[in-house]
Design a protein around this ligand. Sequence first.
Ligand code: SF4
Length: 365
Amino acid sequence: MRQYAGMKPLVPAKRIADFRAQLLTWFRRHKRDMPWRRSRDAYRIWVAEVMLQQTRIAAVMPYYRNFLRRFPTVSSLARARESEVLKSWSGLGYYSRARNLHRAARQIVSTHGGTFPREHEAALTLAGVGRYTAAAVLSIAYAAPFSVLDGNVARVLARLGAIRGDLREPALWKALESTAQELLAAEAPGDWNQALMELGETVCTPQSPRCGECPVAAFCRARRLGLTEAIPSPRKKRAPVAVTIAAAVLRDAEGRTLLVQDPGEHDHVLFSRMWQFPAVEVRKDAAKELAQRLRQALGLAAVELEKLPAARHAVTFRNVTLQPFLASVASLPKAPRTRAVPLDQIGELPVSSATRKIAAAAISR
Ligand code: SF4
């Protein structure tokens, strides 16, 4: 932390044992009961850590249970087809996480005998496993001495040390990583990491931290200086980008529709190479551009597009408007990487929530 002038060690050496004991005692008494906390199985902990990235605990819970029912072991996940994995992930978003999890399961089976590796370097070679995930799994499952740093931990550390600045700024983040490692209770690294995360999630919250309930309030400089609300400094927000996606729900006489697996220009925004309706990112005229796409990609000429109610869909910094169109066709076109499915059974396929919203608009029509 030396480049951050004037910063003293977060906790003085003579008080560090006390600091660790208080936080660990609090965690062991107050920790929330989570399914992944009832196990030391590295696979279960890893799945939880991946699901919890960018997703709230309450949203993860049903997915976690279902996923483990469907894929109870690394080898069952490795054996599965990608489409089955995506189906279990369907609705949770950020689908590259599911693809990486699946890929990494295959790496674990082929290279590590079916067990999540114990070595840090080996863990980092797995698809989708970065420093945070490796440290979380290794410390919780194997009691390996690696500290985690996520947004919650960073906020707690910044307040404890009254550290100002944008915590995601690389030099400061790196300094916080070193601090987290220095503070780590090596005799219980898994509990320690979870304790810091739990403190950030439940007590040292972004707004209105509950300092009166904090087990380490006596060590907190931000509290002493009256700076708890001012730290961390607000991040510079990226301005939201407005995107409109026009999608065509083709429907034949038997109520079947056409899905495509087509990494078009809009693909990274919403659909992540999952089965989706033919769609286009709108520049000016939704109906015209969609008709052009249907003609070029599927050889469909002169279809009548009926505009359906639009739906909103927020993805990170994008505000997406989904503009569905319904088109009745005598028969669905045949083309590579397409499939015909009953429109009312879309929910059973591995599709994104954006695709579900489009289907819902067409079904309720
Ligand atoms: Fe966070 Fe308040 Fe505890 Fe400081 S005293 S660590 S600001 S909850």
